[in-house]
Design a protein around this ligand. Structure first.
Ligand code: NG1
Ligand code: ZN
Length: 448
């Protein structure tokens, strides 16, 4: 590992999270080399199947970059390997070789039996080419087959300012330059097409957003009805959300649809994991990431249905359920598959966008950022702030003064900021609550 001089570890703390490793590009060189090593091992672990490495920081600004490993079937890296990768990324140079050997032994990786294959791509950031070569240096330690796809379509241009799903969600308005007319039916996806939001303008010229929460409620309500129509009493339907889910979506799912709702930490990997606990696990982040998972038990049940024992109405429902399962991308949230699911269900329900939107009214909400995430820690699916001490109590005291008020703060996993979320009964109250909580965060973090 002579390349280590070039890829010297300087003690930076690296964490492989939902967004992979993501930070200032200048800090990422040594991590990229180590990602190359682990990607090659992952491929060998899968007996030489092709593993992907993508270098991108998605919507983050130009000076950031990042990297993610993709499993042979397009899945995210499993938790145990994420932890191992985090450990390897933070290993001093002199211990790296032994750490890798220990990992190979622990995971019984047959490095002499299989040749690793890695597909690698990068986005158009200035830093990407150098970082890509560092990954390739890491992979090359194992004499692998490297398929370098070079520059690939990139989400870099879809930022929180130019257009895209994030812009629509955060600003609660159509992409800049887009003139919306009454009757238009619009959807916005993000740069890597794994999230989707719908929007339209109503007859009072009000912008109406149908976000991940609205999609989740549409899908879970529809699937729950089919389960009921088919008398599949032992089939469980659950909805998985994060703390960012609008309070009224959670209330609607629990009280009207009578579906259990679970809250997890932010990041699709947490939602995906939890969704597996249901026969039909619907998971969505408010920002439009999400999909539905169907258990093997459910798939077996519908295969073994005696068609003759079903009414024509039930046979139709069974057919719809089979088609919905076919249409769903269960591996990962997929904006195009989600779009087709939504369109199918709207058609089958006979819903316009307005009918769908009227299922429940969103509580007005705001998201803001305050700098310096380092001293903030949270618990209870990020809904409660543990440190700095006293901040949560101060937030609770403020929230009490607002009708239907709710607010939480958490460190972002993709930017060095604290995210502040606030919702309340009116736009004015949501604004004021968000402002007050931002001030509290500043006050408590400045003290440290
Ligand atoms: P962070 O930066 O941890 O809030 C953001 C989004 C997540 C997810 C990741 C990308 C919000 C509030 N957070 O995470 O939902 O999309 O980026 O994996 O939208
Ligand atoms: Zn995306």
């Amino acid at each position: 590992m002579n390349a280590l001089n070039k890829y010297h570890y300087d003690g930076t703390n690296y964490i492989y999270g939902t967004a992979g490793f993501r930070m200032k590009a200048e800090l990422l060189l040594c991590v990229m080399y180590r990602v190359g090593l682990v990607a090659a091992l992952r491929s060998v672990y899968y007996q030489g199947k092709c593993v992907g490495v993508m270098i991108t920081a998605s919507h983050n600004s130009e000076e950031d970059n990042g990297v993610k490993i993709v499993d042979p079937l397009g899945d995210m890296l499993e938790q145990e390997w994420e932890n191992a990768l985090t450990k390897i990324a933070n290993t001093p140079d002199e211990l790296l070789k032994q750490t890798i050997i220990d990992f190979v032994i622990e995971k019984k990786i047959g490095i002499n039996q299989f040749t690793p294959s890695i597909a690698i791509g990068h986005d158009s950031r200035k830093s990407s080419i150098l970082l890509s070569s560092a990954v390739k240096d890491g992979i090359s330690i194992f004499k692998a087959n490297i398929y370098d796809y070079g520059l690939l379509t990139t989400p870099q241009l879809i930022t929180r300012d130019i257009c895209g799903a994030d812009y629509v969600k955060l600003h609660q308005q159509p992409p800049r330059g887009m003139l919306l007319k009454e009757g238009d039916r619009c959807a916005s996806i993000d740069g890597d097409a794994d999230r989707i939001l719908y929007f339209y303008i109503n007859k009072n010229q009000k912008f109406c957003l149908l976000d991940g929460d609205k999609i989740a409620v549409l899908l879970s309500g529809f699937l729950k009805d089919i389960v009921k129509d088919l008398h599949m009493e032992n089939i469980s339907v659950g909805l998985i959300q994060t703390a960012y889910a609008n309070g009224n979506s959670t209330a609607y799912a629990k009280n009207i649809l009578e579906i259990p709702v679970i809250c997890t930490s932010t990041g699709v990997k947490y939602l995906h994991q939890k969704a597996k606990e249901y026969d039909i696990g619907v998971y969505f982040e408010s920002n439009g990431h999400g999909t539905v998972l169907f258990s093997e038990r459910l798939k077996k049940t519908i295969k073994t249905f005696e068609l003759s024992s079903l009414s024509t109405f039930q046979q139709e429902k069974l057919n719809v359920l089979r088609n919905i399962i076919e249409l769903t991308n269960e591996t990962v949230g997929d904006a195009l598959s989600d779009c087709l699911l939504v369109e199918s269900i709207l058609f089958l329900r006979g819903f316009s966008l307005e009918d769908w939107n009227n299922l429940y009214d969103d509580l007005p909400n705001r998201q803001c950022k305050v700098s310096n995430r380092n001293c903030i820690t949270t618990t209870d699916a990020e809904r409660v702030c543990r440190t700095p001490h006293g901040l949560q109590e101060a937030i609770n005291a403020v929230v009490k003064n607002y009708t239907s008020g709710r607010s939480f703060v958490r460190p972002s996993g993709t930017e060095n900021v604290v995210r502040v979320y606030a919702e309340a009964a009116t736009e004015k109250e949501a604004d004021e609550l968000a402002k007050e909580v931002c001030e509290l965060v500043k006050k408590f973090t400045e003290k440290i």
